[in-house]
Design a protein around this ligand. Structure first.
Ligand SMILES: [Zn+2]
Length: 307
């Protein structure tokens, strides 16, 4: 087995990168519970607006469903894109009367990019004063007839607000505690791997026990059985370069909407990206990842102390 404790820093950073900042959670909760009883959201937009990674956002929404605050519905596509496979006039010429008028005005609702036209379904339905379903059926049908090539885009998720929380702040704190607990549990799981490797006993039995199987007989062929306790090389620690910290504080003055907390500054310095960091192009900044070899908690603690 090849084990290098210094690699923990990278593995841990995957975990730390998934923990949203408390302000991100607060603004997410505020938005979700200001949208009324029935609403739909784009997870992509939410993820960007609140600087929460998409998978983590899904987990948070699931938490809110499990706590009976929200109820998820069937997702739908807000946008259709199409590319005419025949000349548009030739397509329209195949229809008469009301259908011709309907399709003509539907095509007029489309915005053309380079080769694809896109239609915002809700907007088109409102403008044409027609059910959204009719537009979807018409476009799908034209697609089936090989008159248009169709793509769907802009998936939106429906939710119903079942219970408005008594206190948005209390809910934010609760969720934040939950993501921190998840973070600690994940970090602990990494440590468990090291514990297994350095175990002064049968490792096969310990691994089987982890997955629920109790074995009493030592296997006789694992390194624990053959050699006893293994020693790992120490995990190196480096001191944090003060100049980098100073430069980061200066940058924080300019990037007030990105580097808003010790956690986000630590993320940036450890080279852990987030939707907001990528959008602000900060991932290309020379300080990004400048402390990537130092453990995240150490960097964050240092920033908290000197901040
Ligand atoms: Zn063994």
């Amino acid at each position: 087995m090849l084990v290098c404790p210094d690699d923990l820093t990278v593995l841990e950073n995957f975990i730390y990168g998934d923990t949203p900042d408390e302000t991100a959670l607060r603004s997410l909760i505020q938005e979700l519970f200001s949208l009324g009883e029935k609403f739909d959201v784009s997870l992509y937009t939410l993820s960007n607006t609140h600087d929460i990674r998409p998978l983590v956002l899904r987990t948070l929404l699931t938490y809110l469903e499990l706590s009976n605050h929200l109820k998820g519905g069937t997702p739908f596509y807000a946008q259709y894109q199409f590319k005419p496979l025949l000349d548009t006039q030739a397509i329209l010429a195949r229809f008469e009367g009301e259908r011709h008028t309907f399709l003509t005005s539907l095509f007029q609702q489309a915005r053309k990019a380079k080769t694809w036209f896109s239609i915002d379904l809700d907007q088109a339905a409102a403008t044409l004063n027609t059910p959204r379903q009719r537009i979807v059926r018409a476009l799908d049908w034209l697609g089936e007839q090989q008159l248009l090539e169709i793509k769907v885009a802009g998936i939106r998720h429906r939710y119903q607000c079942l219970n408005q929380p008594d206190s948005l702040e209390a809910l934010t704190t609760e969720l934040y505690q939950r993501v921190l607990a998840r973070e600690q549990a994940e970090i602990h799981r990494l440590q468990q791997v090291l514990d297994l490797i350095t175990l002064d006993d049968c490792q096969t039995n310990a691994l089987a026990a982890h997955f629920g199987e109790q074995r009493t007989q030592a296997c006789g062929h694992c390194s624990g059985c053959l050699k006893g306790k293994s020693e790992l090389p120490p995990r190196h620690t480096q001191s944090i370069n003060k100049d980098i910290l100073c430069a980061a504080y200066t940058l924080r003055q300019e990037q007030t909407d990105v580097l808003i907390s010790a956690r986000l500054m630590a993320r940036f310095l450890c080279g852990i990206s987030s939707p907001r960091i990528s959008r602000s192009k900060l991932a290309k900044h020379k300080l990004f990842g400048s402390l990537e070899n130092i453990s995240f908690t150490e960097v964050m603690t240092q920033i908290e102390q000197s901040g």
